[in-house]
Ligand binder design. Structure first.
Ligand SMILES: [Zn+2]
Length: 233
């Protein structure tokens, strides 16, 4: 091997090594940034704490496509009211059976986490096992278990700009699945205290999130107070 060949070999080796470090280092920094970003947007009590991944979205979308084509086994599982068709669009149904507007109290601006954040949802108190029904029609986008929210449901509106979030469920309605279309008033499950709810104060944590049509279910969104929409004021 001539001197020139050796020098060339050394230069090439050095360049490749640097390149590997630059690329690997760059990805590590990117990874760290991603994780920080995710942590800072982690939302409040009973809000989701998912670890979203591209696979997650792909699976959800794939199941949506197949499920929508099939028949709907839970379609008949309602509380018997005919409100789904007759209600004007935009009017919400109180999502817990046998709860009247007068029973609700506005807990939207309650402080949580020792005053660090606002509740930004409504807690609807009811005994364990009471039926939870859909406040509005939409598509079940995600059935998710999170440490804070316990058993949760994300229902996406048809225009995809609103998400109704139901948390602390005891059980899901039988056959309920992601991608399924649901009607206003359709039974979704039962009240419980899964997640971080107090055992002696079972309730439905109900949030309304305004988002954009192309945002994923776990992305940050603006909470709207459900109280005036539920009591009709
Ligand atoms: Zn709550």
């Amino acid at each position: 091997m001539s001197i020139i060949d050796r020098i060339l070999t050394i230069i090439i080796t050095a360049t490749l090594t640097s390149a590997v470090w630059i690329i690997a280092g760059g990805s590590l920094i990117k990874l760290a940034e991603d994780q920080t970003g995710e942590a800072s947007m982690r939302p409040a009590e009973a809000q989701p704490s998912p670890e979203p991944s591209p696979t997650d979205g792909a699976t959800a979308r794939a199941s949506n496509d197949t499920d929508l084509a099939k028949s709907d086994p839970v379609a008949l599982d309602t509380d018997g009211s005919s409100s789904s068709e007759s209600a004007p669009p935009g009017v919400l149904r109180i999502p817990v059976l046998n709860v009247r507007a007068a029973d609700l109290s506005d807990t939207f601006l309650d402080e949580r986490g020792g005053g660090n954040r606002l509740h930004e949802a409504l807690d609807i108190m009811a005994p364990v096992g009471t039926s939870i029904v859909a406040a509005a029609p939409g598509t079940i986008e995600r059935l998710f278990f999170s440490e804070a929210g316990g058993n949760t449901i994300y229902v996406r509106s048809t225009d995809r700009k609103t998400i109704h979030y139901y948390a602390h469920l005891d059980e899901y309605a039988e056959g309920l699945k992601e991608g399924q279309r649901i009607r206003r008033g359709q039974r979704l499950g039962t009240v419980g205290h899964s997640g971080n709810a107090e055992k002696d104060a079972p309730h439905l944590h109900f949030a309304i999130l305004r988002t954009t049509a192309d945002a994923e279910w776990w992305e940050p969104a603006n909470a709207v107070n459900p109280y005036p929409l539920l009591v009709g004021r």
